[in-house]
Design a protein around this ligand. Structure first.
Ligand code: NDP
Ligand code: BG6
Length: 494
């Protein structure tokens, strides 16, 4: 009988290399809402290197102490304050006021890093995190290059990495320009392009589900699968991000990145091994197989829509056009849905429905893999009711679970079929990391699996660039943009 093996590699890998973590945009929303809480949580769980420090950089005036107060407030808000630990954590945080395009600021930064490295005996390992609006990425990376801060001390095995937040460009052309600019100072393996969806537990489980079991992969094709439906519904609106959202809209904000990554994990071919380059090769191949989107083809069922005012959780919420900072006649879509195809043997003719939107009735991200109905049922002459086809659903958030539905006979003397669900719900045991904790940790460990590679980035942009260009003009008459009441359940399959 096979023995259960205990696999020690399941332990979270604590990065060994002492390092400096430099956050640009340290006065911003992402830093206080996601990065500091993630770093703090990693710290309290002993997942950060034994020796590290954090430097916050931004234009806002702060001293080390006033910045620490700000960080303390952001941590207290989310009740992560473990006794005694917060002061120890804050003690490792420093602040330096910079102008993003001023060489003198980077000289100051280099000086500060040098002296803190010396004081704490930290070798030259540096993580630069760009938590700033994307139009600053070029400037910062060029300045890091010209000040010598992007260089890696190869002889001593020291590393320098740069983390770039999405959106990575706004179309194919700008993504390529941005990449060329980053590459003036950093090599591809130093660049970590984040898509935090890849760090979600159930998203990672898709790979295990598909490739660690024998029973699903033989069915994973057009012979057995009717369609795939990927949904990312949100209750929140655009919050205080009008400046960004008015330029982005739902396609750039959710589809070019998160939705495409979910699609790639469901649809890619089996990689030969679990290795970040091999897996990222397969994703790129998949993106290369996408059938170009034809806007004129009504069969693509394209819907672009924007929220009107409505009620969510009993509270009245305003329309998109009334959000602070939004153009009152904006034509930016906050919801999109359409059908796409993968032109390869495995997925011939199988539609992939993608839909995502803000201000819907619930937060729900999930992927349905809908199997085909039985071609011939032996029960046709005896059962009451229809037999439902099997369905596999990956629930990503807010609950994480995987369900498989199948048909059984209902108890009783007559032949009635009933649909049962088999559920896998993570038991909460083991070491759970939030998405931003996971990406920071992987970055410190030099693990690129959860980060996007430039070739795949460009393929995703090329899929959407034509689409976005045409849509910029196809709304002239407004007739193509639909409006929905906030709080609507805008999706039918669940
Ligand atoms: P913010 O708008 O809060 O900006 C971060 C900081 O950048 C600000 O505190 C400000 O600092 C500086 N800044 C802002 N605008 C300008 C400007 N025009 N010129 C110079 N400096 C400016 O952004 P977020 O923190 O929300 O986001 C940072 C990055 O992370 C963005 O790329 C965003 O797309 C991405 N992101 C954010 C998420 C979030 O939840 N917030 C989620 C996923 C990705 P100062 O004025 O002090 O220099
Ligand atoms: C971000 C988008 O990348 O993802 C936001 O910019 C969106 O608009 C968010 O709300 C959704 O992330 P999550 O993890 O809450 O599904």
């Amino acid at each position: 009988m096979p023995k259960t093996q205990i696999n020690n590699s399941c332990q979270i890998k604590r990065p060994g290399d002492p390092c400096a973590i430099v956050l640009f945009g340290a006065s911003g929303d992402l830093t206080s809402k996601k990065l500091m809480p993630a770093l703090y949580s990693l710290f309290t769980n002993n997942y950060l290197p034994s020796s590290f420090y954090i430097i916050g950089c931004a234009r806002t005036v702060h001293t080390d102490d006033s910045f620490r107060d700000r960080v303390r407030a952001s941590l207290e808000n989310i009740s992560l304050n473990k006794e005694g630990k917060i002061d120890e954590f804050l003690g490792r945080i420093y602040y330096i006021q910079i102008k993003y395009d001023d060489p003198a600021s980077y000289a100051d930064l280099a000086e500060r890093i040098k002296s803190l490295d010396k004081e704490k005996s930290i070798p030259e390992n540096r993580l630069f995190y760009l938590a700033v609006p994307p139009n600053l990425y070029n400037n910062i990376s060029n300045m890091l290059g010209s000040s010598g801060l992007s260089v890696e001390g190869v002889e001593k095995n020291n590393w320098t990495r740069i983390v770039v937040e999405k959106p990575f460009g706004r179309d194919l052309e700008t993504a390529m320009i941005l990449d060329a600019s980053l590459k003036q100072s950093f090599k591809e393996d130093q660049i970590y392009r984040i898509d935090h969806y890849l760090a979600k537990e159930t998203v990672q489980n898709i790979l295990f589900f598909r490739f660690a079991n024998t029973i699903f992969e033989p069915l994973w094709n057009s012979r057995y699968i009717e369609y795939v439906d990927i949904l990312a519904a949100e209750k929140i609106g655009i919050e205080k991000r009008a400046g960004y959202y008015e330029q982005a809209g739902i396609i750039r904000d959710m589809f070019q990145n998160h939705m495409m990554q979910l699609l790639s994990l469901i649809a890619m071919e089996p990689p030969s091994k679990f290795n970040s380059e091999v897996i990222r090769d397969e994703k790129a191949k998949l993106f290369n197989s996408l059938r170009p989107f034809d806007l004129k083809d009504k069969k693509n069922e394209l819907v672009l829509a924007q929220y009107n005012e409505g009620v969510i959780d009993g509270e009245k919420v305003c329309s998109y056009r009334n959000e602070e900072g939004v153009n009152p006649s904006s034509l930016i879509p906050t919801y999109a849905s359409f059908k796409m195809y993968v032109d390869n043997q495995r997925w011939e003719g199988v539609p992939f429905f993608l839909r995502a939107g803000k201000r819907l009735d619930q937060k729900m991200t999930r992927i349905i893999v809908q199997f085909k109905k039985l071609k011939h049922s032996i029960f046709n002459n005896v059962i009451c009711g229809d037999l439902n086809a099997n369905r596999l659903t990956f629930y990503i958030q807010p609950v994480e679970k995987i369900t498989l539905s199948f048909e059984t006979k209902n108890p009783g003397s007559s032949f009635c079929a009933g649909t049962q669900k088999m559920e896998f719900v993570p038991d909460g045991k083991g070491q759970h990391l939030e998405a931003y904790e996971k990406v920071i940790l992987d970055c410190l460990n030099g693990e690129q699996l959860l980060f996007l590679r430039q070739d795949a980035e460009e393929l995703c942009w090329s899929y959407f660039t034509g689409f976005l260009k045409e849509c910029a003009t196809c709304f002239d008459s407004q007739k193509n943009l639909k409006f929905y009441e906030a709080g609507t359940a805008f999706y039918t399959v669940n």
